[in-house]
Design a protein around this ligand. Structure first.
Ligand SMILES: Cc1cc2nc3c(=O)[nH]c(=O)nc-3n(C[C@H](O)[C@H](O)[C@H](O)COP(=O)(O)OP(=O)(O)OC[C@H]3O[C@@H](n4cnc5c(N)ncnc54)[C@H](O)[C@@H]3O)c2cc1C
Length: 288
């Protein structure tokens, strides 16, 4: 059974009794904050609950959702559908930001998101810094798809992949942990090498361990170019690590991911199927 089939089946089996499959990709959900848990200096885990949460789908451990950030007073402008959103004057549209589902518990109508607290300049980070139980939010998430075509994710390793290289900054860490949790379920644990760039040493979040998994944390210093430490690691990788069945997954600041992808593609000759890259934010740009 492939990794994708396994995760998809797990989620599907828990929703099969509750929903009739429909070929819908994304839907709006009303959710409420049920827990706020500081994980480290840079991370806040926020738990959400909503009556329709069992309809949400995780095709892969890096499944993303869209958060419609509430007004500063906590009120929520309800969006009926995407057309409604598009018709709103730009100044009144709620800010929309992309986040990873760090855990989905359809049986309990719950899911978690791990927010990086990068200051109060961004509406999502600011909201997370001030979130409290009972706060309301609208989100848009992927739902059951009739033909199981994965969407809203980048973790799509080919069946032939037998070793993995993961590069992430702090925004990609929740997805990285999801990927490791998934790989940890395999009977034969694969060789995995992980590079994670975080603002502080205390941002080492809990993750599974096995022989064959190495995780290297790279701690940014103040004013450092985001993703520079990840790039340096990519450049110093031994060529043998880029051969024979390797699958590379990379999620970090946009400019950094582009540099790293260009370098790795050039030195390895690996095709698109073997390298999945996502820019998770862009330095100096909001609502990326
Ligand atoms: C597929 C996907 C999955 C993601 N998953 C997660 C997740 O699980 N957890 C998570 O925290 N983020 C995640 N992100 C990243 C998140 O969407 C961005 O960091 C987003 O910009 C945050 O919105 P904001 O409103 O806080 O800041 P914005 O209004 O978008 O930006 C305001 C300013 O802050 C800067 N900025 C944005 N993010 C950061 C950062 N992390 N560190 C420093 N400066 C920053 C911008 O460059 C800009 O100058 C994900 C992004 C994608 C595309």
């Amino acid at each position: 059974m492939s990794i994708f089939t396994k995760i998809s089946t797990t989620v599907k089996s828990s929703i099969s009794t509750m929903t009739k499959p429909k070929p819908i990709t994304m839907r709006f959900f009303e959710v409420e904050v049920i827990s706020v848990t500081p994980l480290s200096p840079s991370f806040m885990r926020i738990g959400f609950k909503g009556g329709k949460v069992p309809d949400m789908c995780m095709f892969a451990p890096d499944q993303w959702i869209k958060l419609y950030i509430p007004n500063p007073d906590g009120s929520v402008l309800r969006i009926h559908n995407q057309a409604h959103y598009n018709k709103l004057p730009k100044a009144t549209r709620p800010p929309v930001r992309t986040y990873t589902i760090s855990a989905l518990r359809p049986d309990q109508y719950e899911f978690d998101v791990d927010f990086v607290l990068h200051g109060d300049e961004g509406p999502a980070s600011r909201w997370a810094m001030n979130a409290k139980i009972g706060d309301q939010m609208q989100i848009r998430a992927h739902c059951y798809s009739e033909d199981d075509t994965p969407s809203g994710c980048r973790w799509l390793p080919p069946k032939s992949a037998n070793k993995f290289l993961l590069f992430a900054d702090e925004t990609g860490l929740p997805a990285t942990i999801g990927i490791l949790n998934l790989l940890a379920q395999q009977n034969e644990k694969p060789n995995v090498e992980v590079f994670v760039e975080t603002p502080t040493l205390q941002d080492r979040l809990a993750m599974p361990e096995w022989e064959g998994l190495t995780v290297k944390y790279l701690i940014k210093s103040a004013g450092q170019t985001p993703g520079q430490l990840l790039y340096d690691e990519a450049v110093s990788l031994a060529p043998a690590k880029l051969e024979g069945g390797v699958y590379i997954w990379l999620a970090a600041e946009k400019t950094a991911t582009r540099r790293i992808r260009l370098h790795l593609s050039k030195v390895s000759g690996l095709g698109k199927d073997a390298i999945s890259v996502a820019g998770y934010w862009k330095y100096g740009e909001k609502q990326y």
